[in-house]
Design a protein around this ligand. Structure first.
Ligand SMILES: Nc1ncnc2c1ncn2[C@@H]1O[C@H](COP(=O)(O)OP(=O)(O)OP(=O)(O)O)[C@@H](O)[C@H]1O
Ligand code: SF4
Ligand SMILES: [Mg+2]
Length: 327
């Protein structure tokens, strides 16, 4: 696999007056061209921090270590100006709430056009013409009129489409979508997800889809990485991971959510307890206080990520595959 993005042993920590926060610990993952990777985990698992680190958009007091290569080029520690050029041109990110990323007093069309003027040195006239085409590509109705509107005049779904248009303006090789549909109504969510799927296919673009919703992952992702307390606990193909989770946390996550893809509807079971605070240093396996399968060894020795029967899993006692090869 030729990786578009290769993240290698990435860690993010903060030294705060209340102590050290280990937000991301030793995370590695790869994304190939045209592939969608789902990144899942509970709130605070480090999903956003990991990808903000890749984008060079962390708070100034963040301490980052490890590597992140975009098409073989190291991003971490890159001069901020060079990184700004890469962002937008090759690597783009969209967020849950488009209102926080859009400038409230600038017309939508000018915000899209500006990306092209800055990154591609397109003339304003050409950039405005391309902005119209981009809005049409992201299926904004009445696109010509929308160009002259301000963000607050648009619906949430429409604003997210504008953000996607801005992200796509320079034809990035990699798009990071951080909970892109969480703030939207269910029907609008489905439209945005199918739009992302179509754009990926048409452009051969890689997509990292950060979500807490495994239903979203089931519909879009090829591979999934599950984060717990800032660490990768399981990674693999979406098909295998949803059918035969090997890590007790992945299995618990699946049991705790409604599944549109499940053949038998089983009662939902919430995961007991809370994830550890990133300030706490839990010895052994970070999931052991909540794990139904925990044994004495789990409290003492931290499991490392290793390959077992087609799964990458960080657990001393992974759940054995029941039958068949789903890798
Ligand atoms: N500037 C900061 N200073 C200290 N800690 C921080 C800072 N930014 C984030 N964190 C901590 O890093 C941890 C990981 O946060 P992150 O936002 O990546 O979680 P997440 O998985 O994206 O959660 P959510 O699903 O809620 O978006 C959290 O515990 C958060 O409090
Ligand atoms: S290592 Fe032990 S506590 Fe951790 S997930 Fe595996 S069985 Fe559970
Ligand atoms: Mg987040």
């Amino acid at each position: 696999m030729t990786a578009i993005l290769a993240v290698d042993a990435l860690s993010v920590r903060y030294e705060t007056p209340d102590g050290v926060v280990n937000a991301v610990n030793d995370v590695s993952l790869e994304i190939a061209a045209g592939e969608c990777i789902g990144v899942v985990g509970e709130s605070g698992a480090g999903k956003s921090q990991a990808f903000l680190a890749v984008m060079g958009l962390l708070a100034p007091n963040a301490k980052v270590s490890g590597g992140a290569k975009l098409r073989g080029r190291e991003l971490l520690g890159t001069d901020p100006r060079a990184l700004r050029e890469l962002r937008g041109a090759e690597l783009a990110m969209i967020f849950q709430d488009p209102m926080t990323s859009l400038a409230p007093h600038i017309k939508v069309g000018d915000q899209i056009a500006e990306t092209l003027v800055v990154h591609k040195r397109t003339s304003w006239r050409d950039a405005r013409a391309q902005a119209l085409k981009l809005l049409e590509q992201v299926q904004v109705t009445d696109a010509a009129r929308r160009l002259t509107q301000y963000p607050h005049e648009l619906s949430g779904g429409m604003r997210q489409r504008v953000m996607i248009a801005i992200a796509l303006a320079c034809d990035p090789v990699m798009l990071i979508a951080d909970e892109p549909t969480t703030a939207l109504d269910v029907s609008v969510q489905a439209q945005i997800l199918s739009l992302l799927k179509r754009l990926m296919r048409e452009r051969g673009m890689a997509l990292a889809l950060i979500t807490h919703d495994l239903g979203v992952v089931a519909g879009l992702a090829d591979h999934v990485t599950v984060l717990y307390a800032g660490r990768v606990v399981e990674a693999g193909t979406v098909r295998r991971l949803l059918k035969q989770p090997a890590h007790p946390y992945t299995a618990a996550l699946l049991r705790s959510m409604p599944r549109i893809d499940a053949s038998v509807s089983e009662p939902l079971v919430a995961i007991r307890g809370q994830p550890p605070s990133p300030r706490e240093l839990v010895g052994g396996c970070p999931f052991h206080p909540r794990c139904d399968l925990a044994q004495p060894r789990c409290a003492e020795e931290r499991p490392t990520l290793r390959s077992t029967a087609g799964a990458m899993v960080a657990c001393h006692f992974p759940i054995a595959a029941s039958h068949g090869d789903l890798s």
